[in-house]
Design a binder for this molecule. Structure first.
Ligand SMILES: Cc1ncc(COP(=O)(O)O)c(C=O)c1O
Length: 362
C-alpha cells in the first residue's frame, strides 16, 4: 500500500468555479476575490479579511500596515517554516525567538522576552494547534506590543470559542496547496478587526494606490487572482467537514498508538482547544530509523522542520546564531516525524500506517 503524506483536493466544482471566474470576471480584483474575503472573515469571526498572494505576503504586509519598520523586532517561534521570519526580515525587521512547549510545539509564554525593540509578538499555531493565546495576549498587552498570529497552518482551529485569525490583533493565513484549504495555487489572507490595518493591507497589495493613478505609498503587486479566489470560496465551504475528518483520523491514530513506548503523540482536542491537525506530527528519539522503516513500507513521512529557523544558513550568517540557543526547539527538530494526514485518508490507510509503526516498535 502507498500512503502519501498529504493529498490536496480539487473537485470538479472547484475547477468549474475557477473556469467561471476566468471566463466572466476581471482576472484580478474580480468579484470572487471580494466574496472570498467576506466569507473568510465570517468563518474567522472578524470584521475584515484581505486576500493576498501568499502566506508570506500576508505576514509581511500586515506587519508593514501595523507600522513596523526596519530594525523593529518581532518575537516569534523558530520551530516553524522559514517564511514566518523571512516575511519581516525581508523589510529589515529583526527576529527574536522564544523557545516552545515540548508537548504543544508552540511558543512557551514563560520564555517570551519582550524588550524595548520588540514591536510585535507572533505566535505560530504550528501543525494547526492553537498557541497559548491568553498568556501571550496578556504579556503583549502589558508591554504594549502587537500580537500577530501566524495561522498559516490553522484554518478553522478553535481556542476558547474563537477561531484562529481572531485570537490576536491580526491573523495571517496561507493557502499553499497542502494546507487544510487551498486556492488552487499560492494565496494568503490577513484577518483583523482593525479597519485601518485592513485598508492599508488592501492598498499595499494593490501597488500602494490611493486612487487609480495616484500612489502615495510604496506598495506591492500582491493580489489574489480571481480564479484562485473562486477556488477558495468552494474550498472554504468544505473546511469544517475536512477539519472534522482530520480530527477523526487524529483520534484513530491516537487510539492505536497511544500505548507505544518511545512514541509521543500530539495533543488531543479539549473543550477549549480544537486543533485542526494540518500535520499529525509525533515525537520519537528514533526519527531517522522510523522514517526509513515507514518509507520502505510505502508510507510517506515528513520532518517539519529539520532545521529550525535560527539555524538556517542565512540566519546563522546574518545574526550569528548557533546551536544551544533554543534547546527545546532544537531537540524537537531531531525528534519530530509527520505522519500522513489528509481528509480523504481511509480507515484502512490509517490502520496500515499504525501497523507499520507498531511493527517497528516491536
Ligand atoms: C507556519 C507558516 N508560516 C508561513 C508560511 C508561508 O506561507 P506561504 O507558503 O503561503 O507563503 C507557511 C506555509 O507555507 C507556514 O506553514
Amino acid at each position: 500500500m502507498k500512503v502519501p503524506l498529504a493529498k490536496p483536493i480539487m473537485t470538479e466544482e472547484m475547477v468549474e468555479a475557477a473556469a467561471n471566474a476566468l471566463r466572466n470576471e476581471r482576472l484580478t480584483m474580480g468579484e470572487s476575490m471580494f466574496k472570498f474575503e467576506e466569507k473568510f472573515a465570517a468563518m474567522c469571526g472578524v470584521n475584515h479579511a484581505v486576500s493576498v498572494n501568499s502566506g508570506t505576503t500576508a505576514i509581511q504586509l500586515s506587519l508593514l500596515a501595523a507600522g513596523l519598520k526596519a530594525n523593529d523586532t518581532v518575537l516569534t517561534s523558530s520551530m516553524s517554516f522559514v517564511a514566518t521570519a523571512n516575511a519581516f526580515v525581508a523589510f529589515g525587521g529583526v527576529p527574536a525567538f522564544a523557545d516552545v512547549i515540548e508537548t504543544e510545539y508552540t511558543i512557551d509564554p514563560s520564555k517570551l522576552e519582550v524588550t524595548s525593540d520588540t514591536k510585535a509578538v507572533m505566535p505560530v499555531h504550528l501543525y494547526g494547534h492553537p498557541s497559548r493565546m491568553d498568556e501571550i495576549n496578556e504579556i503583549a498587552k502589558d508591554a504594549g506590543v502587537l500580537v500577530v498570529e501566524d495561522a498559516c497552518q490553522a484554518h478553522g482551529a478553535v481556542y476558547k470559542g474563537k477561531r484562529a485569525g481572531a485570537l490576536g490583533d491580526i491573523g495571517c493565513f496561507s493557502f499553499y496547496p497542502t494546507k487544510n484549504m487551498h486556492v488552487g495555487g499560492d494565496g494568503g489572507m490577513v484577518t483583523t478587526d482593525d479597519g485601518d490595518i485592513a485598508e492599508l493591507v488592501r492598498r499595499l497589495r494593490h501597488c500602494g494606490r490611493k486612487s487609480q493613478y495616484e500612489h502615495d505609498l510604496i506598495g506591492y503587486t500582491a493580489r489574489l487572482n480571481s480564479a484562485n479566489a473562486a477556488v477558495g470560496i468552494e474550498q472554504l465551504k468544505m473546511l469544517d467537514k475536512w477539519n472534522g475528518q482530520r480530527i477523526t483520523i487524529a483520534s484513530a491514530y491516537h487510539s492505536r498508538l497511544k500505548d507505544t513506548e518511545g512514541l509521543n503523540l500530539p495533543p488531543q482536542p479539549t473543550v477549549d482547544i480544537v486543533p485542526v491537525y494540518h500535520l499529525y506530527t509525533v515525537r520519537t528519539a528514533r526519527q531517522d530509523e522510523l522514517r526509513a522503516h515507514l518509507d520502505e513500507a510505502g508510507v510517506q513521512t515528513g520532518v517539519h522542520y529539520e532545521v529550525p529557523i535560527h539555524l538556517q544558513p542565512i540566519y546563522r550568517e546574518m545574526y550569528g546564531y548557533s546551536e544551544g540557543m533554543l534547546p527545546v526547539t532544537e531537540r524537537l527538530c531531531k525528534e519530530v516525524l509527520t505522519l500522513p494526514m489528509y481528509p480523504e485518508m481511509t480507515g484502512e490507510q490509517v490502520s496500515y500506517v499504525c501497523e507499520k509503526i507498531l511493527e517497528f516498535y516491536r
